[in-house]
Design a protein around this ligand. Structure first.
Ligand code: PXP
Length: 243
């Protein structure tokens, strides 16, 4: 298949739904229901990040979503023994290995594959043997792309945060770095995904990059969902109160 004909795939990250639920440590909004609703909207896959500190997604979310989901589940995880064991037990269709720092608001940087190359090479065959597609979340840096290819990972996810936060010329430069990294990764036989900070505007130039296949987007979709649903939600409560 020619690269320009590659179908673009949308993975919806629903971590923020869990963040809202954890604000009250209760049961609503339901993360499982959010996953199913995203699929009804056309999501090709669902992404969740089970963080070591469990600040949003919980272990039971992974189990429940795994049980009901009919599209591929992408589990974002730190490269630590606890998460490796969980992933091998739950067997999501895909995992994306991300760096994790406890005090960060969200995943702030890419994985330093060059530094972790040996350990990744040793660990990744276990996932691949279990039928799990492995992706490494990296900055669009050629040395990191080459290192990712050497680890045996099937995919990379290009960290688009720097592009998303840049303006003007800097944004054009960041876009060119993504294009170069995507082209190199595809030439090395890697599947190329992208994510972080993408919204309804800044995703447009990326959609035109032929090598990019999958977009993992959370914050802007969940933010948009508030405004597509808030009016109806208020109307429903108003009706009950007005009795
Ligand atoms: N991809 C990865 C690897 C991430 O860590 C995140 C944030 O959890 C996303 C994609 C989604 O980013 P955003 O919520 O900014 O769309």
């Amino acid at each position: 298949m020619k690269s320009s004909k590659r179908k673009k795939v949308l993975g919806v990250n629903i971590d923020h739904v869990a963040t809202l639920r954890q604000a009250r440590r209760g049961t609503e909004p339901s993360v499982r229901q959010a996953a199913l609703e995203a699929v009804r909207g056309g999501a090709d896959g669902i992404t969740i990040h089970l963080r070591e500190d469990r600040r949003h997604i919980q272990d039971r979310d992974l189990e429940e979503i795994r049980r009901v989901l009919k599209v591929p589940l992408n589990l974002e995880m730190a490269f630590v023994p606890e998460m490796t064991a969980i992933a091998l037990r739950a067997r999501p269709e895909k995992i994306c290995i991300v760096p994790e720092r406890r005090r960060e608001l969200t995943t702030e940087g890419g994985l330093d594959v060059l530094r972790k190359e040996k350990a990744l090479k040793r660990a990744l065959p276990r996932f691949v043997k279990a039928g799990i597609e492995v992706s490494l979340f990296i900055a669009p840096v050629p040395e990191q792309v080459r290192a990712a290819a050497r680890t045996g990972a099937q995919a990379i996810e290009i960290h688009t945060g720097a592009y998303a936060h840049a303006q003007g010329r800097q944004r054009a430069y960041e876009l060119s770095r993504i294009k170069t990294a995507a082209r190199l990764a595809a030439a090395l036989g890697l599947k190329v995904n992208a994510g972080h900070g993408l919204n309804y505007q800044n995703v447009l130039p990326l959609v035109r990059i032929p090598e990019l296949e999958e977009f993992n987007i959370g914050h802007s979709i969940v933010s948009c969902a508030i405004f597509t649903g808030l009016k109806q939600a208020v109307r429903r409560m108003k009706k009950i109160i007005a009795v």
